[in-house]
Design a protein around this ligand. Structure first.
Ligand code: 26W
Length: 808
């Protein structure tokens, strides 16, 4: 037998230098004379990967030998970003790498910049999944992430004349060193066709289409390499390579048709976050990765055990939103149809294995499928869902509780399948992602379910990994913290509170401010390089980075920018706090208002940035193609963090946590996790304003007329006039009439209702920023008081309340 690798290799400057040249030669096929930066980057990636693999094997062996419970995190999206620096940081091998590269005349940061950004996600939900993978490794939970290996991730954004243009993303084109193709790990996935029963209790699904799901594994290195988990992404492949009948008859091109049809399933990530589209391909994607993942975990379970009744003791499956909610019916199908368990037993087992996280209450985001489409694509699952719906209804009726039965049906009036209800009924636990959001879940979408199952809904406030979002992206602050309080906070972020004692220490404050300045210089250089705009690094950097959506109210920020611009022009000689408004974010390609809001921001930027009266007092920079890598540059440089959603609409937010941890003060509404951030940093260190979720609910009941609000506020009224007059769109005066109309007629997101309070809080921030010493103290307190928002804490919560697994 072959001896397994035992001790992970040690990295020395010498071993790295020799290893690099060897990888360059034998894996990349280049000699140092002719190697490009990209070649060196690949060589370094492959070398670091070897170190990761040593730790990975050790972890996998330990998992198998313990026969413990495994966690399976099913997510349609994993917004991973780059992995090279993350692996280097987690393995703590940066120093020998920098030295070895130096000897070869290379710089680490140049090689890191060559890696493509794995953007297999839209925004918050996908990035949360990536932070959770990191934390599950940190806590040595034996876990697998399961998702789709999209050939094309989220589209690339560029601006043409200020309008968003989408371009295809191509992350795999120059190779991806982190994945291992597993051609032997493959499952058949069926679609369509019809069902027959053979009279002996056996059900047969005669599929119309079958494809293969092939595994690609990426190791996820935990802090100090103590544990490494696997992210397993499925790629769709045809079951036969060519249609031989057609091929032999000379029809070469059409012979490849099935191949193309099969591969289409994992071709591209749907770019709409928050609007469920109801498209057949999307449903196929959801079933494709869910079925492959369940087949895979059942196979793994059956190599160790034979009694499927034991499944809930060894398997916990987390559904990241309803995108994998078909798991409820698919697990039942596998248990009942393939493994011959009685339906009722299959249902019991299923409900003990699965749990569901809800990430949004927006009605347009709650997935529903037309029964006709669903039956066509998944005929057997339609029958199973009908069974669950009927069985569950009878169960509830039997309890005689005063609940609306309409609200708990999976199939809504025989027409649509409500995936949220399916997920709820099939789950052991259902969780929200912030305290407020969980409360609202209980009061709104799932109120009837909550009456029946009062213990099922639990809260797990989101978190972020401190490795990527402080240690890796912010070296100046990281080094300062290590100098002051050591390194324990990196693996245990709540310990960062130890630095609170330094908030008033003159020397620490000076160094903290210097670190912030260094990060701002780096961002200023990026703004110059990408947009040609010169910004003053001593100005207040005011940052709003997130997907463009009306409920997130980028529009309110732009209106405030216009108001400030008007005020500066009126009295340029007054005492102004120089500000740079920084925006980043993509609009869904079909979301026309969101795209027009981007155009407005760019139009406003053009006018303001070129107005000599304004000069350095105000600049506006909308950075194109916001993604994880750009976030890593923007976040450490922020002074002010915009978290200004209409209260009750942002489930949690996670950018809010990243910005606070990096020493930005928040200006925000009492929404999502802002509430909990405020509780920890204290009211003096956050700018809260505006309507509460209860106020919003009240206004929605009684109706809101924006007109008196606009006309009663001269500042807002002037801003509105500028939209209509074409002050920012002299080439097309009518361009923003539509936006003005939206605000005048109903203003669903209550931009005008919150404007005045927001404008006032911004002026408070202006005033406070001028006292730079005091501002630094408050920035420090933001960093030191938000340790609780580590995703390590979140995952401990899931491990205890949802999965019932031990943690390290
Ligand atoms: C089916 C279309 C679709 C696609 C994605 C609907 C909904 C989604 C996601 C649930 C949108 C999303 O990313 N939600 C965000 O999840 C974050 C992590 O929990 C939260 O921090 C954000 O507040 C929430 O908007």
């Amino acid at each position: 037998s072959v001896e397994p690798v035992t001790a992970p290799r040690v990295a020395t400057t010498e071993s790295i230098r020799l290893g690099l040249v060897e990888k360059l030669a034998y894996a990349v096929g280049k000699d140092p004379e002719h190697a490009t930066l990209q070649d060196w980057s690949v060589a370094l990636g492959l070398l670091v990967r070897d170190h990761v693999v040593d730790h990975w094997f050790a972890a996998t062996r330990a998992g198998y030998s313990k026969h413990g419970k495994r966690v399976y995190y099913l997510s349609m999206e994993f917004l991973i970003g780059r992995l090279l620096n993350d692996a280097i940081a987690n393995l703590q091998i940066e120093a020998p790498i920098i030295e070895a590269l130096g000897e070869l005349g290379l710089e680490l940061k140049d090689l890191l910049g060559q890696e493509s950004d794995a953007a297999l996600g839209n925004g918050g939900l996908g990035r949360l999944a990536a932070c959770f993978l990191d934390s599950m490794s940190r806590l040595a939970i034996p876990a697998y992430g399961y998702g789709i290996r999209y050939e094309h991730g989220l589209f690339r954004q560029r601006f043409h004349d200020g309008w968003q243009i989408e371009e295809a993303e191509d992350w795999l084109v120059s190779g991806h060193v982190w994945e291992f193709e597993r051609p032997e790990v493959k499952y058949t996935i069926k679609f369509g066709g019809h069902i027959s029963f053979d009279g002996q209790g056996q059900t047969h699904w005669h599929a119309e289409q079958t494809v293969l799901a092939v595994a690609y594994d990426t190791p996820i290195t935990g802090w100090k390499g103590a544990h490494v988990n696997t992210l397993r992404l499925w790629s769709s492949k045809p079951t036969e390579i060519l249609d031989l009948r057609r091929f032999n008859s000379g029809d070469y091109l059409n012979a490849a048709e099935k191949l193309i049809r099969a591969e289409t399933i994992s071709r591209v990530l749907y770019p709409d976050d928050t609007t469920a589209e109801g498209k057949e391909l999307r449903l196929k994607q959801e079933f494709f990765f869910t079925s492959a993942s369940l087949q895979d975990l059942l196979r793994r379970f059956l190599t160790e055990f034979s009694d499927l009744k034991l499944l809930p003791d060894h398997v916990s499956i987390q559904m990241n939103d309803t995108h994998p909610a078909i798991a409820v019916a698919e697990l039942m199908r596998l248990l009942a149809d393939e493994h011959r368990l009685p339906f009722i037993e299959a249902f019991e087992i299923t409900r003990k294995c699965l749990s569901y996280t809800n990430h949004t209450l927006l009605p347009e985001a709650l997935e529903r499928w037309h029964v006709g489409l669903f039956r066509k694509v998944l005929p057997r699952h339609m029958q199973i869902i009908e069974w669950i719906d009927y069985h569950h209804l009878a169960e509830v009726q039997g309890k005689g509780l005063p609940v609306s039965l309409d609200a708990i049906r999976i199939i809504d009036h025989g027409a649509e399948i409500r995936m949220g209800n399916l997920a709820f009924i099939g789950s052991k636990r259902v969780n929200g992602v912030s305290a407020l959001h969980t409360e609202l879940m209980k009061q709104t979408v799932f109120s009837e379910f909550h009456k029946i199952y009062p213990d099922r809904i639990v809260n797990q406030t989101n978190g972020i990994t401190p490795r990527r979002w402080l240690y890796e992206c912010n070296p100046p602050l990281r080094n300062l913290l290590i100098e002051a309080i050591g390194t324990e906070w990196i693996g245990n972020l709540e310990k960062i509170d130890a630095a609170t004692a330094f908030a008033t220490d003159a020397s620490f404050k000076e160094k903290f401010a210097a670190a912030k300045r260094q990060n701002k210089l780096r961002l200023a250089a990026e703004i110059k390089a990408r947009l040609g705009i010169t910004v003053d690094p001593s100005a207040l950097f005011d940052v709003q980075i997130k997907r463009i959506h009306e409920y997130k109210r980028q529009l309110m920020n732009i209106l405030e920018t216009i108001a400030l611009y008007h005020a500066i022009r009126r009295t340029p000689g007054a005492e102004w706090t120089p500000r740079v408004k920084i925006f980043g974010g993509k609009a869904a390609p079909g979301y026309h208002i969101a795209k027009r809001i981007i155009k407005l921001a760019n139009d406003v930027a053009k006018v303001i940035n070129n107005d000599p009266i304004v000069g350095d007092r105000l600049k506006v920079a909308f950075l194109p193609n916001y993604n994880v890598s750009l976030a890593e540059i923007i976040i450490p440089a922020a002074d002010l963090s915009e978290q200004i959603s209409t209260a009750g609409m942002e489930a949690s937010g996670t950018g809010n946590m990243k910005l606070a941890l990096n020493g930005a003060l928040t200006i925000g509404t009492l929404d999502g996790a802002n509430v909990e951030i405020g509780e920890r940093v204290g009211p003096d260190n956050i700018y809260i304003f505006g309507l509460t979720a209860a106020d919003v609910a009240d206004i929605r009941i009684h109706g809101y007329d924006p007109r008196p609000t606009i006309e009663g506020d001269p500042v807002l009224a002037e801003v509105m006039r500028s939209l209509v007059s074409g002050e920012f769109s002299s080439d097309d005066n009518g361009r923003y009439h539509g936006i003005s109309d939206v605000l005048y007629s109903g203003d669903y997101f209550l931009v005008t209702a919150d404007f005045q309070a927001y404008f006032q809080r911004q002026r408070d921030a202006d005033r406070d920023f001028r006292d730079s010493s005091r501002w630094t103290e408050r920035a420090i307190l933001n960093t030191t008081k938000v340790g609780w928002f580590s995703s390590d804490r979140t995952i401990r919560g899931y491990a205890k309340d949802v999965w019932n697994v031990p943690v390290a």
